[in-house]
Design a protein around this ligand. Structure first.
Ligand code: SIN
Ligand code: CO
Length: 417
């Protein structure tokens, strides 16, 4: 097949898919959107002075802010069953949470009391919201979680609470009053509520009204409360991941357990007489303890496991796998014809460097060893969300094999926008 024919064939397939997706409730379009850019935000100074240290109010740092999603589009997402959403309604001094998918009619009978709609991981469904993550790539890919979007009616909010992760709260539309309070932890008193972790006591230490484009950074544990001022208040929360020690130990042990046999046991051929048979000797404890720590401390195995674990998609519904797998020659022809590749926003691309000569690329829960030119390509894939193939890449069968594999797994796609 000629280059043009291959391109036309795939483009037709993509157009057909696009049409089908338009008929589907949520269009999962594999298109690239130009990210908005910061005009005045010193990211190095931010990391030095604020990141994980103290809240920061950043007034409209954008070259030109525009709200990437309309309230109606957000409401549409909340009606989809593969999208995670919550509706919080307020009555006097209490909050009530309903989990999505919400029936469309629900938005018609909300009444006058303040309410908030929260939709999780909107970046995985809406390319314009995915583009909102790009300016935040000054934080490593593996730390970035997703973008939650909220809509609130006048006076609406989720109540005073704290989160276990860092968050940038970007005001998209309308206004919100943000108050911040002190540092909280697992001992902080909460209101008894089934679904919401609301603080029993909240005292604001500072407050601001945010306008469209304004941004508030809140480190983990800081109490905060956002209340819509007027109608049509939309907030974009860029959330980050920070695994707890509990999560790490539990999941790393789950990974190790199947590799451990029953014959790998405590042994003491050097046992000597001891004064009191009741004592578990220090040397026995040392030996038992090292049986445990030796395995847990295997740094290389841990690095590989962690990269795979961390890159496992949380919402695998954002499925970009082609209907028909592409062949490597067809992919090469499309790249030669100048078609750029883009990353699936649900696929976290990251890597570790076991040594100078190679890296381990992590995508969608898998690890791939990359050396020589493939290593350079893997670095590029992790650094750019959209890229055109270098002519040097195209002459390498190993590079084409990697890209074909990632394309067929739905981690990469051609951008037809
Ligand atoms: C919101 O967008 O209303 C809540 C975000 C947050 O407080 O984390
Ligand atoms: Co919060």
């Amino acid at each position: 097949m000629s280059n043009a024919a291959a391109a036309a064939d795939i483009k037709c397939g993509a157009l057909l898919r696009k049409l089908l997706r338009e008929l589907l409730p949520v269009p999962l379009e594999n298109v690239y959107r130009m990210p908005m850019q910061f005009k005045s935000f010193d990211t190095a100074a931010f990391l030095r002075d604020y990141w994980q240290k103290r809240p920061a109010l950043i007034r409209d740092p954008w070259r030109s802010w525009h709200n990437p999603l309309s309230p109606d589009e957000l409401a549409g997402l909340a009606c989809e069953d593969h999208v995670e959403s919550r509706l919080i309604t307020q009555s006097s001094d209490d909050w009530n949470a309903e989990h999505g998918p919400l029936p469309e009619a629900r938005f018609g009978d909300l009444g006058k009391s303040p309410w908030t709609l929260l939709v999780q991981a909107v970046d995985q469904h809406v390319p314009d919201v995915a583009a909102l993550i790009e300016p935040f790539r000054f934080i490593p890919n593996w730390r970035i979680d997703d973008v939650m979007v909220s809509y609130a009616s006048d006076g609406g909010g989720v109540g005073p609470h704290f989160d276990h992760y860092d968050v940038f709260l970007i005001q998209g539309l309308g206004q919100r009053r943000w108050q911040i309070g002190g540092m909280c932890d697992d001992q902080t008193a909460l209101r008894s509520h089934e679904d919401l972790l609301l603080l029993a006591n909240f005292e604001a230490t500072e407050e601001w009204i945010l306008d469209p484009g304004d941004m508030l950074y809140i480190p983990p544990g800081i109490a905060h409360n956002g209340v819509a001022v007027g109608e049509d208040c939309m907030t974009y929360s860029i959330g980050f991941r920070s695994p707890s020690r509990k999560e790490l130990i539990s999941n790393w042990c789950d990974e190790l357990l199947p590799t451990l046999g029953d014959d790998d046991r405590y042994c003491d051929p050097d046992l000597s007489l001891q004064k009191n048979p009741g004592e578990i000797s220090a040397s026995a404890i040392d030996r038992l303890h090292s049986m445990l720590t030796e395995k847990l401390k295997d740094r290389e195995a841990f690095a590989q496991w962690f990269g795979e674990y961390n890159s496992t998609p949380r919402y695998p519904e954002t499925d970009w796998r082609p209907e028909e797998p592409i062949g490597s020659e067809q992919l090469r022809e499309l790249l030669e014809a100048g078609h750029p590749l883009i990353r699936n926003p649900a696929s976290r691309f990251s890597f570790v460097r076991p040594d100078e000569s190679k890296l381990l690329l992590f995508v969608d829960g898998q690890s791939i060893v990359c050396e020589d030119i493939v290593m350079l390509v893997a670095e590029e894939l992790c650094a750019q969300e959209k890229f055109n193939a270098d002519p040097e890449w195209l002459s390498s069968n190993r590079v084409i094999a990697l890209l074909t594999d990632l394309y067929n797994r739905g981690s990469l796609a051609f951008d037809w926008s």
